[in-house]
Ligand binder design. Structure first.
Ligand SMILES: [Cu+2]
Length: 165
């Protein structure tokens, strides 16, 4: 009796939004309202009666610091939580910690929710996480998906597009 309705919402895929190189400290940046000056594309409005329940969106994860890593995250509402499916592509066989952070790829804030680590083997790896944060929160235009090297350096980042309720 699943009531999950997956609406693949066109317009949620961000392409070509390069993350500029910068400092990698997860706690370096501070979330400020002034960061929201570049508004991501607004998705097609969901059915009004279900709120975010039927929303799903794919987000391109772009290399940071010339990491030669890429990826894609697909986020889906799951009650008051958010399911995050990630494929990470990278040349080294190793484990990558991941998080939802506040902020933007240009100016990341602190960790909002941990994601399952991804071990890349033969160039790729996947993980599905349940983040204990509502979809409506992660889609407020001030959240990002990031994966890191084992020592914390960012390898990929994707801005989660904002959604107008
Ligand atoms: Cu992180």
């Amino acid at each position: 009796m699943s009531r999950i309705r997956r609406l693949a919402v066109a317009g949620l895929v961000l392409v070509g939004t390069a993350c500029t190189a910068g400092d990698d400290a997860d706690d370096a940046a501070v979330l400020t309202d002034t960061l929201a000056t570049t508004t991501p594309p607004v998705a097609t409005a969901p059915p009004a009666d279900t709120g975010m329940g039927g929303m799903q969106g794919a987000i391109a994860l772009m290399a940071v610091n010339n990491s030669n890593h890429t990826g894609e995250a697909t986020i889906t509402a799951s009650g008051n939580q958010t399911q995050v499916m990630v494929q990470l592509n990278g040349p080294e066989d190793r484990t990558h910690p991941g998080h939802i952070h506040s902020g933007t790829c240009d100016s990341p804030g602190g960790v909002v929710a941990p994601l399952e680590s991804i071990t890349t083997t033969g160039g790729t790896g996947t993980a599905t996480s349940t983040a204990n944060v509502p979809m409506a929160t992660v889609m407020n235009g001030q959240h990002i998906v990031q994966y890191h090297t084992p020592d914390g350096t960012r390898v990929v980042c994707g801005n989660i597009p904002g959604h107008t309720m």
